[in-house]
Design a protein around this ligand. Structure first.
Ligand SMILES: C[S@@+](CC[C@H](N)C(=O)[O-])C[C@H]1O[C@@H](n2cnc3c(N)ncnc32)[C@H](O)[C@@H]1O
Ligand code: SF4
Length: 474
C-alpha cells in the first residue's frame, strides 16, 4: 500500500517531529562508550573467539581522505587536495598502517573464521591509487581466508573515479559499487558544493555495468537546502532511469554543532518538517511504483537484490553503513575511526585522528581506543531495535526465542508507552505481543518508537527528546 501524507495527523506529526533523538546506527549509542585498555580489547577478542558460536567475519576498511569537501557531509573525513608531497607521504603511511593493522588483528584470530563480506568506506576510498588499494586488498587476502563468494563493496565518488580505477577494482574481485549521488538538481548541488552532472553519473553506472559489477547502489539525501518537491521528484525520476540495484534515501542529518561546514548552509532554504514528510512519502511512492521494495527505515532495493533476501532470511541489520546484509558476522574495523562489532560482546573503535592512528601502529600497538562492552540488557535491546529499524515491527516471540525473558514482564514500562504511541497512530498492536510501525507516520518517526526502548535515555525522551532527563528533573 502506498503511504500518503494526507493520511497523517499533522498535529501529532508536529508534536514529535524535530525532537533530537538517536538514529541508532549503534546501540548503545557512541556517547555511552568508554576508553578501552589493551587488556579490555584482548579480553573482548578472546570472548568472541571462545563463544559457543564463533562467527565468520565482515571487514570495514576506512579511508578518510577526500579531495574536496561537500558541505552537508557528516562522515569522518579529512580534506587533502592532491598534488602536495606532504599529502602523498601521509597517504602512503596510512596505507602502510592499514596493512600492518590487518596483520596485527588477523594474528589474534583463528584462521578458521572466514571473511564473507568486505566494505571500503570513507571519506573517499578511491582517493588512493589502484596500487595502494591493491596493496591493502592483498594484505587482507594473505592474512585471512576470504570466501570465494564474499561480497566486496566500495563507496565511490563519481567525480573522482576513473574507468581505469573501476577496472582495477573489478579485477581484484570487488563486486559491488556504492555511489554518492545525493541530488541531481544543479542549484542544490552548487549550494552543497557537490556538482556532478547526470551524464557523469550515467557514464560511471555504464562503466560499472560493462565491467560486470553485481550491483550498483546509489546514496541520495532529502531535506537539504533548496530541495523542493519538484527537485526531489526530478532526482528520483533520474535515479529510476539509471536503475540502481539499491537506493539509500537518507534524511539529511543536520548537526552544525558538530559539523562545522554545515554551518555554511543557507538555513532559510531548508525544507520544513512537513515538506520532508512529503519528500519521504514521494520517495516511497515513486520507488515502489518503479518496482523497488521499501526496506527498513530508508532503503529501497530491487526484489532480487541481496538486501531484500536478507530482509526475508533475518540477516538484515542496521549499522554504521546503513542497512546491510551480514547480520550474523563479527565486524572488524580497519583504519582511523573505524568501528568493529563483536556480536554479543561489544563495540571497538579505532583512534580517530589519522596521524595518531598511524603513530600508534608504527609503535606496534593495536589502534583500538574506545568502545563498549555489552551488558546482557544491551544485547536484548540491540536485537529488538534491529528488528524495529529493519522490519518496522516488534515481535515478542522473536525476543523470547532468543533470550530467556518474558517480553510482557521485561518490557512492561515500554509496553505502556507503546499504548500512547498507538493512540497517536505511530504503531498498531496487530496481535498479542506484535506491534507494527505505521506508514508513513510511524516510519518517519521511527526514532520516537525506538527511543522508548533505549535504556540510556530518560523514560520521557520519546516525547521530549534527548534532553528529557533535564526537563523531567526540572
Ligand atoms: C561516507 S559518505 C562516502 C561517500 C563518498 N565519499 C561520496 O561522496 O560519494 C557515505 C554517504 O553518507 C551520506 N551522508 C553524508 N553526510 C550526510 C548527512 N549529513 N546526512 C545524511 N546523509 C549523509 C551520503 O549520502 C554519502 O554518500
Ligand atoms: S560526501 Fe563523500 S566526498 Fe563529500 S566530503 Fe563526504 S565523504 Fe568526502
Amino acid at each position: 500500500m502506498i503511504a500518503r501524507t494526507a493520511d497523517v495527523d499533522l498535529d501529532v506529526f508536529r508534536r514529535y517531529a524535530g525532537l533530537s533523538l538517536p538514529r541508532h546506527v549503534s546501540y548503545p549509542m557512541p556517547s555511552w562508550w568508554h576508553a578501552l585498555e589493551v587488556t579490555d580489547v584482548d579480553s573482548m577478542i578472546a570472548a568472541s573467539s571462545d563463544a559457543a558460536t564463533v562467527h565468520d567475519l565482515s571487514l570495514y576498511i576506512h579511508v578518510p581522505f577526500c579531495e574536496a569537501l561537500c558541505k552537508f557531509c557528516a562522515c569522518h573525513r579529512t580534506v587533502q587536495p592532491k598534488g602536495s608531497t606532504e599529502h602523498a607521504e601521509l597517504t602512503e603511511k596510512y596505507v602502510d598502517a592499514m596493512v600492518r593493522e590487518i596483520e596485527m588483528i588477523a594474528a589474534r584470530l583463528s584462521r578458521s573464521r572466514v571473511v564473507r563480506q568486505v566494505h571500503w568506506g570513507g571519506g573517499t576510498p578511491t582517493y588512493l591509487t589502484e596500487e595502494q588499494i591493491e596493496r591493502v586488498h592483498r594484505a587482507m587476502e594473505s592474512a585471512f581466508d576470504v570466501s570465494d563468494d564474499a561480497e566486496i563493496s566500495i563507496e565511490i565518488d563519481p567525480r573522482v573515479t576513473t574507468r581505469c580505477m573501476l577496472e582495477a577494482l573489478r579485477s581484484l574481485g570487488f563486486n559491488r559499487i556504492s555511489m554518492g549521488v545525493q541530488d541531481f538538481d544543479e542549484q542544490v548541488q552548487r549550494h552543497v558544493r557537490r556538482t556532478q552532472s547526470y551524464d557523469m553519473v550515467l557514464a560511471t553506472v555504464t562503466d560499472c555495468r560493462e565491467l560486470g559489477f553485481d550491483a550498483v547502489n546509489f546514496d541520495l539525501i532529502y531535506g537539504m537546502p533548496y530541495q523542493t518537491m519538484d527537485t526531489i521528484r526530478q532526482t528520483i525520476e533520474a535515479t529510476i532511469k539509471l536503475s540502481p540495484d539499491r537506493i539509500a534515501y537518507y534524511h539529511y542529518a543536520q548537526i552544525p554543532e558538530k559539523i562545522a561546514t554545515q554551518r555554511g548552509m543557507d538555513y532559510t532554504q531548508l525544507p520544513t518538517s512537513e515538506a520532508k514528510l512529503e519528500m519521504f512519502t514521494l520517495g516511497q511512492e515513486l520507488f515502489t511504483q518503479a518496482g523497488y521494495d521499501f526496506i527498513g527505515l530508508d532503503h529501497f532495493a530491487k526484489p532480487e537484490e541481496s538486501l531484500g533476501v536478507a530482509a526475508a532470511d533475518g540477516s538484515l541489520q542496521r549499522n554504521f553503513q546503513g542497512m546491510t546484509t551480514g547480520g550474523g558476522l563479527d565486524m572488524l574495523g580497519i583504519g582511523a575511526s573505524s568501528i568493529g562489532q563483536l556480536l554479543g560482546v561489544g563495540f571497538l573503535q579505532n583512534i580517530k585522528q589519522t596521524d595518531e592512528y598511524i603513530a600508534c601502529i608504527e609503535r606496534g600497538d593495536l589502534p583500538i581506543e574506545r568502545g563498549k562492552r555489552f551488558t546482557p540488557d544491551d544485547v536484548i535491546r540491540q536485537r529488538l531495535l534491529n528488528q524495529l529499524y529493519c522490519h518496522a515491527e516488534i515481535r515478542a516471540e522473536w525476543i523470547e526465542r532468543a533470550f530467556e525473558i518474558r517480553f510482557a514482564d521485561y518490557f512492561a514500562r515500554e509496553i505502556e508507552i507503546l499504548e500512547t504511541l498507538e493512540r497517536d497512530g505511530l504503531v498498531v498492536r496487530v496481535d498479542a505481543g506484535v506491534y507494527r510501525v505505521t506508514n508513513p507516520l510511524g516510519r518517519v518517526l521511527m526514532r520516537t518508537v525506538a527511543a522508548v526502548f533505549d535504556a540510556y535515555l530518560a523514560p520521557e525522551a520519546y516525547r521530549l527528546g534527548e534532553d528529557a532527563k533535564f526537563s523531567a528533573n526540572a
